[in-house]
Design a binder for this molecule. Structure first.
Ligand code: F6R
Length: 602
């Protein structure tokens, strides 16, 4: 996700910005840029791709003496990852960087265009700099022109603005997106999280929503809706790794909590009021397509399995799912009327990449759903949809799964819409449900505390069965995989209706059954499957909106009108359960034994 760094002082500004942006790399980005004002010298550099590209572009550029500077890493939301869309955005004589979303940017853009402003990028951010310069025309006081500007912005933002009209000052504002100010003597730093300024600043002030102001050498003035205010600095931590975790104990925990936000990022610009849009896909991709085949591994395979139900039910297109390592050697019969989809968090999984190459050799059209732009799988595919989860550090995948599943749900609706297999009314209902998904992913203190409490009862036994039906069967597989990976306890995911065909023989009080019992989907069927297990003395942890009297333990979810919303809420419960069991067992949650984050070998 996007990152901000700013610096005001006498040190080499380019290095401070580039080093700071490097510290934010772990959040993910697709382009980067810096802007520096030193007296009357104004310089700006932008590059797409890795920071190395920006370093290369700036290798002959050095700063000297006092100056002000801002830098940014961008993860594309409004507009593609291009140099023009990269920050800082330039007006006639000012630059701006911004994280977040300006919700009313369309309205502001039209207003500015009517005034004759020419926009260079497709971003919401560019409106800030033009609006500032428009205000500055009638209000020569730079600070009040800035103040007027931010008062017009709706939505979430953390923003820095520098202008030749006041070359000693950085203007800042924060609402909804994180930003902090670092201090070291007269030098002032800005960043969207601690890590870029650790080792440079000694003290810090974490801005609150609604705060804004300006910084000059040795002087920071802070304001909010009530006017000027004082603030207290605190000592800055010196521990970078813990700073990257934003206060969470583990990256996996942080990533579980991030899911609600990244899900919104995944939907931005794609889930519209009454339709689904994918700028990155040419609809010709679907021409003469009669079937879909999806190949993936591990967690990505589970998101694929979930989507098979949706592709057939909503888009009315045949959909087969294959484990990539199996697909490679089965001598599959491939026909050109099949769209070949690969799903991968890393984009580098060897088996998935090889499966894709096989499909391409057979002349199939290909689409990848991936979290890493420019990865091998993305480059090899005819088209790619990025999941926008941000970098995932925990080896056990969480937010990647959530965003993959969301992209696949959107894709089924998109195909349904393009191929007229769903009515406008159904599409609208699905979109309404989609917009509820981020809410279902919010981790409340109460829920986390409950799973922490429950976890102590699940540290032994001779195995776990996660059971579910329909789309909750792949979720059961995923819940079991999460638990296996980080607890090292044996767990299996099973279709609930299949238990009586064999596995029920294992049932006794030491067999833990995690029952996914959504109210919107086959509730009575799964209930009777769970009753059968309970009758054989299995220990039941039921996850459901509906209280279930035979459960030994019960996690109550919200009543919802759509199975996918229930799916996402139950997904969070299974992730937290795995996390808390692993913590109690003293395991390395983020780097479980024997596992690698990216499996680039067969
Ligand atoms: C599980 C997990 C793995 C990956 C699998 C595929 O938590 O992370 O099962 O899902 O190795 O990796 P990608 O999605 O990078 O292709």
């Amino acid at each position: 996700m996007c990152g901000i760094v700013g610096y005001l002082g006498n040190e080499e500004k380019k290095e401070i910005l580039l080093d700071g942006l490097q510290e934010l790399e772990y959040r993910g980005y697709d382009s980067a840029g810096i802007a520096v004002i030193e007296g009357d010298k104004l310089n700006q550099f932008k590059a797409i791709g890795k920071l190395e590209n920006l370093r290369e572009k700036t290798k002959n550029y050095h700063t000297e003496g006092f100056g002000i500077s801002i830098g940014h890493t961008r993860w594309a939301t409004h507009g593609k990852p291009t140099e023009l869309n990269a920050h800082p955005h330039l007006g006639a004589y000012s630059y701006v960087v911004h994280n977040g979303i300006i919700e009313n940017y369309q309205e502001l853009k039209v207003e500015l265009q009517n005034d004759g402003v020419n926009f260079l990028s497709q971003t919401d951010t560019e409106t800030i700099v033009h609006l500032f310069e428009k205000n500055h025309k009638t209000n020569t006081n730079v600070f009040s022109a800035f103040e007027e500007t931010i008062q017009r912005l709706d939505g979430a933002y953390a923003t820095l603005l520098i202008t030749e009209a006041d070359p000693d000052t950085i203007y800042f504002a924060k609402n909804g997106s994180p930003m902090l100010i670092g201090f070291n003597g007269d030098d002032v730093y800005f960043a969207s999280s601690d890590t870029p300024i650790i080792g440079k600043a000694t003290e810090v002030y974490y801005l609150e929503d609604g705060e804004y102001g300006y910084a000059k050498q040795g002087e920071v003035k802070l304001f909010d809706a009530n006017g000027k205010k004082s603030f207290t600095k605190q000592a800055l931590t010196t521990d970078k790794v813990s700073a990257q975790k934003d206060g969470y104990r583990f990256f996996m925990e942080k990533e579980i909590y991030e899911q609600s936000r990244v899900m919104t990022d995944t939907m931005i610009g794609r889930v519209l009021d009454e339709s689904i849009a994918f700028d990155e896909i040419d609809t010709a991709l679907f021409d003469s397509i009669k079937a879909i085949k999806i190949c993936a591994c591990g967690t990505s395979y589970h998101s694929a399995l979930t989507s098979a139900y949706l592709f057939e039910r909503i888009a009315k297109v045949r959909c087969d799912i294959e484990i990539a390592s199996e697909f490679r050697y089965k001598e599959p019969l491939l026909t050109k009327d099949t769209l070949f989809i690969t799903i991968s968090q890393s984009g580098e999984t060897a088996d998935t990449l090889e499966a894709l190459k096989m499909a391409k050799r057979a002349g199939l059209k290909s689409l990848s759903i991936c979290n890493v732009d420019n990865s091998s799988i993305v480059r090899e595919s005819d088209a790619a949809i990025l999941t926008r989860a941000g970098i995932e550090k925990g080896v056990a995948s969480t937010k990647a799964f959530a965003t993959q599943t969301m992209v696949l749900w959107m894709l089924t609706l998109y195909m349904g819409q393009e191929r007229n297999t769903i009515s406008k009314e159904v599409l609208k209902t699905e979109i309404d449900a989609m917009l509820h998904a981020p809410k279902a992913l919010i981790v409340t203190d109460e829920l986390h505390a409950k799973l922490h409490r429950l976890s102590k009862r699940y540290l032994h036994g001779h195995g776990f069965f996660f059971i579910g039906r329909d789309i909750f069967f792949p979720l059961a597989l995923e819940g079991a995989l999460k638990l296996k990976e980080i607890s090292y306890l044996h767990a299996e995911g099973y279709p609930a209706g299949e238990m009586k065909h064999g596995p029920i023989a294992l049932a006794d009080s030491e067999l833990f059954t995690i029952a996914l019992m959504p109210k919107t989907m086959h509730y009575d069927k799964i209930k009777s499957n769970v009753e059968e297990l309970s009758a054989r003395d299995a220990t039941i942890l039921a996850i459901s909106p509906e209280p279930f009297e035979l459960a030994d333990d019960f996690v109550q979810t919200q009543y919802s009108s759509h199975p996918m919303v229930e799916f996402f809420e139950m997904m969070v419960v299974t992730q937290l359960l795995a996390l808390e069991i692993s913590v109690r067992l003293g395991n390395d949650v983020d780097m479980p034994r024997n596992l690698a984050k990216s499996v680039t070998v067969e």
